[in-house]
Design a protein around this ligand. Sequence first.
Ligand code: FEO
Length: 170
Amino acid sequence: MLTDNIRKALNDQLQAEFNSAYLYLSMSAYFDDQGLEGMANWMTVQFEEEQSHALKLFRYIIERGGRPELQAIEQPQRDWDSPVAAFEASLDHERMISGRINDLADLAVKEKDHATHNMLQWFISEQVEEEANVESIVSQMKMVGDAGPGLFMIDREMKGRTFVNEAAGA
Ligand code: FEO
């Protein structure tokens, strides 16, 4: 049984994961419009990952006897000043999400909800990976500049990213 505070916080995080999914889908549309298909693909995979994070929380709430409450999803930003600005915005976003997950873990400790604290460890590790991935993309992009052959090489590499549902069953 979840306490009211934990249930509310998990539902809010469920919404935050869907907001993230929507933001990345919007970034995918932006990159596609810029003719950067690899980056568009990378963001579509990111969209799928975020949905899997939301679903993991959805299922966890049910498993603990709660009922997920689906809240409105924010309209995401549509345009960015440059490809690197979009990835920097993604990094800021992931840092914000890491902060939220840490707050949730703090709340789980405060409410003595060890099961939720344990479930959140997966998200804590995932955030480390997500931040590191985007940080590395941002620094590569800064090295090659916002146009030219270097950018297109990075874009080509990003075409190969595929979605693996690591959130399922973990
Ligand atoms: Fe679900 Fe990108 O954090």
